[in-house]
Design a protein around this ligand. Structure first.
Ligand SMILES: Cc1cc2nc3c(=O)[nH]c(=O)nc-3n(C[C@H](O)[C@H](O)[C@H](O)COP(=O)(O)O)c2cc1C
Length: 176
């Protein structure tokens, strides 16, 4: 496949709009590739670098994958795509399902990082994690905390870790 390189700022709107219904975030560690649906995210500038900020709950297999190999790709639909993939990748875990093969997704080698892009979700941001932070429930608006982070029996909340990915390459995959 060939890459049509883009200025990610020019596509911030497209990416932000696509978050609802959802986009994919792909990781690779221990020789395994995994992808999950995300609906929360931001694209902008931090430390004078272009960044994509992702919010991943600690229970996700993706969380474990990014911590093992701190790189990810953001995979945004561009043109026709199968919406069912977002449902599947947003409910099944890579711990027990190979979502890439179950959804017939095609991994395409990235330009600068060791996590692949996805042919079927061709608008791609290659990201290198440059900062991460666990959300602190005590600093959160109480309405949001009580609605989205109900404590489990042992008192822990399945909080999100915020990953700041420096966008090291941005492009749309196209057929040769
Ligand atoms: C539309 C949609 C948006 C989602 N957004 C997020 C998100 O931003 N962060 C998150 O941690 N989980 C989100 N999820 C849930 C994960 O995609 C889901 O738990 C997935 O099974 C995790 O896969 P993994 O265990 O392979 O990482 C979303 C699910 C859907 C359907």
């Amino acid at each position: 496949m060939k890459r049509k390189y883009i200025d990610c700022k020019e596509y911030a709107n497209v990416i932000t709009k696509a978050l609802n219904p959802g986009i994919l975030l792909t990781t690779k560690a221990g020789g395994k590739v995994n992808t999950m649906t995300i609906g929360w995210g931001s694209i902008g500038v931090n430390w004078s670098r272009p960044v994509f900020i992702a919010y991943v709950r600690q229970s996700r297999y993706t969380h474990q994958m990014i911590d093992a190999n701190p790189f990810f790709t953001v995979n945004v639909p561009y043109g026709e795509y199968d919406k069912a993939v977002l449902g599947f990748c947003g409910t099944k875990s890579g711990r027990d399902t190979d979502k890439i093969s179950e959804c017939s997704l095609t991994a395409v080698e990235s330009e600068k990082i060791n996590v692949p892009a996805l042919k079927e979700f061709p608008l791609t941001l290659e990201c290198r994690v440059i900062y991460r932070e666990d959300e602190k429930p005590e600093l959160m608006d109480s309405e949001i905390r009580d609605k989205l982070y109900t404590p489990s029996e042992d008192g822990t909340r399945d909080i999100h870790t915020v990953y700041y990915g420096e966008i090291v390459s941005a492009y749309i995959l196209e057929e040769e």
